[in-house]
Design a protein around this ligand. Structure first.
Ligand SMILES: Cc1cc2nc3c(=O)[nH]c(=O)nc-3n(C[C@H](O)[C@H](O)[C@H](O)COP(=O)(O)O)c2cc1C
Length: 397
């Protein structure tokens, strides 16, 4: 039997061989591409690969939303980029959210006049020019100084519904004013009723039309991509993030200002049940939406209990690594709900054709993570590609 020393010697020889090999020299040529995302997703581009050294110089140069990701990777601190890009555990769900679309094909009908296209949609009785919704994204000042207000301006430009997160950097009043129309407020309820109640009243006073309750963040999460990229960040994170208490760690989040977080160790809603929604109904006149539904049984309970709309979402593969994409979950939910309430869907949507697949299956709107870097507005870009896709739905009827 070969000894440990034999193994070590042959391993060393093999490494020496590799070091001298032209294969590694070729690898060296790719060193400049270290900023490029690896090929974890089934996304572009076989014939026109995106190269880190060919980043777009302005939003106008973008050919698709993936172009913005490279710019974001370059401009945003590694910890913040990692937070945005991370899935959970092995990121099976993150890949599934994109791969799921490959299982559905469009069946276009021809010879229908599409010279004038109306992309507008109505959600809960309110008309928007586009079926694309800006999903709630916490702490947007980690990505751009103007944070959620910049997104509000993009939402206004394309007349999109915007949903503002409890974890937003900026307050609901400023964002509503920049949007110029009522937005929806996304509630992270915590396990303390008083926190939810105060926030909901503030959102209602600011003119919000609906409160969407996140129901898929009931525990901690293992965001390994985030942890790895954070470890490469050389800045002093403590200068901005004070983790000495929950209250102080929320200091930079506008919606937590003046809220008593005593008694809580985190902002998750581990104790939330359907009773919470009943109590919420007695507290607010806003429409109530649930974000994070993935099973038809929950959708039916929501409809039976007068919930106004649901968002089919796996939190962009950021809550648990279930392995199931939302486009896979959508058909059973649409079938079970039978038109009793609107269904919005998010997670993994990057192209107009993704959107039209969801619309064809029966969703009313689709939510995107919104602008991802700099002063870019990929939501507007995505909106324009959705135009042709949305009209395809009309053709298919
Ligand atoms: C950086 C980041 C922050 C997010 N913050 C929130 C949040 O505060 N509340 C929430 O309900 N969802 C949050 N989400 C999830 C989004 O609302 C949405 O469900 C998800 O991004 C859609 O998937 P996609 O990123 O693949 O488009 C966040 C997502 C990202 C990427």
């Amino acid at each position: 039997m070969p000894s440990f020393a034999d193994h070590a010697a042959s391993r060393r020889k093999f490494l020496e061989f590799l070091a001298a090999s032209p294969l590694l020299a070729a690898g060296g040529a790719f060193a400049g591409e270290e900023l490029a995302p690896r090929s974890k997703l089934p996304d572009p581009l076989t014939w026109a690969p995106m190269r880190a050294d060919e980043r777009i110089k302005s939003p106008k140069e973008a050919i698709n939303v993936f172009d913005f990701e490279l710019v974001c990777r370059e401009n945003v601190p590694p910890a913040h980029f990692g937070y945005m890009a991370s899935g959970i555990d092995d990121e099976v769900t993150l890949r599934a959210n994109r791969e799921g679309f490959l299982k559905f094909q469009l069946r276009p009908r021809r010879l229908v006049d599409v010279s004038k296209v109306d992309m507008s949609t109505e959600i809960l009785g309110v008309k928007y020019a586009s079926p694309i919704v800006l999903a709630p994204i916490g702490g947007q000042r980690s990505f751009h100084d103007e944070g959620e207000v910049a997104c509000a301006r993009a939402a206004k430009a394309g007349d999109h519904l915007q949903i503002l997160s409890t974890a937003a950097s900026l307050g609901v009043e400023d964002v509503t004013s920049a949007r110029g129309r009522p937005i929806w407020y996304l509630l992270y309820a915590t396990n303390k009723w008083g926190v939810a109640e105060t926030m909901v009243k503030r959102a209602e006073k600011a003119g919000c039309y609906a409160v969407a309750v996140t129901v898929d963040r009931s525990s901690g999460r293992n965001q390994e991509t985030f942890f790895r990229l954070r470890a490469t960040d050389t800045r002093n994170c403590n200068a901005c993030h004070d983790r000495s208490s929950l209250q102080s760690s929320m200091r930079t989040r506008a919606m937590y200002q003046g809220i008593d977080l005593s008694g809580l160790t985190n902002t998750q809603s581990s104790a939330m049940t359907w009773d919470f929604l009943k109590r919420l109904r007695d507290t607010t006149k806003m429409k109530i939406v649930i974000k994070g539904v993935l099973a038809w049984e929950d959708a039916v309970i929501a409809a039976d209990n007068g919930i106004d709309a649901i968002i089919v979402s796996n939190h962009g593969a950021r809550s648990e690594d279930s392995g199931r994409s939302t486009i896979d979950a959508l058909p059973e939910i649409v079938e079970a709900v039978r038109g009793r309430m609107p269904i919005i869907v998010d997670s993994g949507f990057r192209r107009g054709s993704d959107i039209v697949k969801a619309l064809c299956i029966g969703a009313s709107g689709y939510a995107s993570a919104g602008p991802i870097s700099g002063d870019s507005a990929p939501s507007a870009k995505t909106a324009s590609s959705a135009c042709s896709s949305f009209c395809a739905r009309k053709l298919m009827r």
